[in-house]
Design a protein around this ligand. Structure first.
Ligand code: SF4
Ligand code: SF4
Length: 441
């Protein structure tokens, strides 16, 4: 599927403004907005109503259905509303709004010190499930499901994804330097749950201090740390598996089909906090950066913090941003308001001035072939965009493998005609999904 070895691109990393700065914790926001859907799967069912008092760590929305993930209060205070609110990836979503009482009190009986080595795999999975942990690299798939693959899918290798290949983002880099012990403990917990001997931590070679720190910390456990070449999109599961194990995940399949589970490095830390200390997923590290941010930083933020409050903690905006993104510049999602909250999958908030965006008008394809060379999935992005524009979705799917596109954005980045290829591809995928929903497929 990957076709050739020369996949990917080398954009400027833009990591310098934050990679050397320690993670900062700031004042808690006046309110948090907690959507009942912050994960892949069914929305949670709210357990609280307007006027209720809640404490930090209290379960406020319960998972529903086989694929779902609990939501907890991330500050103590009063529920002031349960209503539809702006959501950074869904547009709108039912959310629980908590007004901060300033006390930051934990739910009673929650925080504990467990000897995790004595816990069974099932006990650990139950704790992870109850703690509402989802993949923190942005995928947001409930972790208790990913760590419990079907028995007919034997797993022999755990890969910890610490590539952090998107420009600007440095949150994973910083936690590897500052929270090494929690990450290592989380990795050992995942290793025990999966029952695998082989564990590889993949880190891009533009973070050699993290490679060294993690290698030193993992020597005793005999776990491998591998520096992979800095090349976007090395952080995608399929590319990392190809580089580290030379295994190819077949079209339409998951990493488990080749015996691999991939977990983000931040997720390992969240697993340690939940299993060892009883802490549900209530906060995460977020990179706030881009040319429109006064003082780019990595912040420890409570989930539900409005983007505006996070940006304020970085000195505010230099000017009204031309573009606001949740996540990285390639795979992130454009936002239209700073009133959206940090959700479990928010690894970055990027705000750009007009000069930095400089999209320019697109022109017709000149058939230079650069997008074909750069596509990590070996697709024909030019043809996919043309078919999408013409509405020939079936042809794009059946003959040009539209659904194998991971929307990495390499093709758009290198296109000299500035064609918005990913935009067309996303549109075609949406049309295909809508058609399937209507029973047309
Ligand atoms: S966005 Fe899709 S088509 Fe474009 S380079 Fe990435 S995988 Fe290939
Ligand atoms: S890179 Fe752009 S101009 Fe070149 S073939 Fe692809 S779509 Fe056409």
């Amino acid at each position: 599927m990957f076709g050739k070895m020369k996949w990917g691109i080398h954009p400027d990393t833009h990591k310098a403004p934050t990679e050397g700065k320690a993670i900062e914790s700031h004042e808690l926001p006046g309110k948090v907005i907690l959507p009942v859907r912050q994960h892949i799967g069914a929305p949670c069912v709210p357990l609280v109503k307007k006027g209720d008092k809640v404490k930090k760590g209290q379960l406020i929305a319960s998972a529903s259905g086989p694929v779902s993930s609990n939501v907890h209060a991330t500050i103590s205070g009063t529920v002031v509303d349960v209503s539809d609110q702006p959501h950074p990836s869904l547009g709108k979503c039912l959310a629980i709004i908590i007004e901060n009482d300033g006390l930051d009190e934990w739910e009673e009986g929650l925080i504990t010190e467990r000897q995790w080595e004595k816990l069974s795999k099932e006990e650990m999975l139950e704790i992870i499930k109850n703690a509402g942990i989802v993949g923190l690299g942005g995928a947001t798939f409930p972790v208790h499901i990913k760590l419990n693959p079907p028995k007919d899918n034997p797993i022999d290798t755990l890969i910890i994804n610490a590539a952090e290949c998107e420009p600007f983002l440095t949150a994973d880099h910083r936690i590897m330097l500052e929270n090494t012990e929690r990450i290592v403990t989380g990795i050992l917990m995942i290793q025990k749950i999966l029952g695998v001997d082989r564990v590889i931590v993949g880190i891009e070679d533009n973070k050699m201090n993290a490679v060294k720190t993690m290698s030193n910390a993992l020597t005793e456990q005999k776990l491998e740390v591998v520096a992979v070449p800095t090349r976007y999109p090395h952080g995608s599961e399929k590319m990392l598996i190809k580089t580290l194990l030379n295994r190819e995940v077949p079209s339409g399949k998951l990493p488990m089909s080749v015996g691999v589970v991939v977990q983000n490095v931040g997720t390992a830390m969240a697993i340690c906090d939940a299993v060892r200390n009883g802490i549900p997923l209530i906060e995460r590290i977020v990179t706030v950066s881009g040319s429109a941010i006064q003082e780019p930083k990595n912040l420890r933020l409570r989930i539900g913090t409005p983007f505006a409050a996070a940006i304020e903690q970085c000195g505010g905006l230099k000017s009204a941003p031309e573009k606001l993104i949740m996540g990285g510049p390639f795979m992130g999602m454009t936002q239209y308001t700073t009133e959206v909250p940090i959700i479990k999958g928010t690894n970055g908030i990027l705000a750009f001035t007009e000069e930095e965006i400089n999209d320019g008008p697109e022109s017709p394809c000149i058939r230079c072939g650069r997008c074909l060379e750069g596509c990590p999935m070996g697709l024909n992005p030019s043809m996919l965009s043309i078919l999408a524009q013409k509405g020939l979705i079936d042809e794009a799917i059946n003959e040009y493998h539209l659904l194998d596109c991971m929307e990495c954005g390499c093709c758009s980045f290198i296109c000299p005609a500035k064609r918005k290829i990913v935009h067309y591809i996303r549109y075609a995928k949406k049309m295909s999904a809508l058609s399937a929903q209507k029973g047309g497929k």
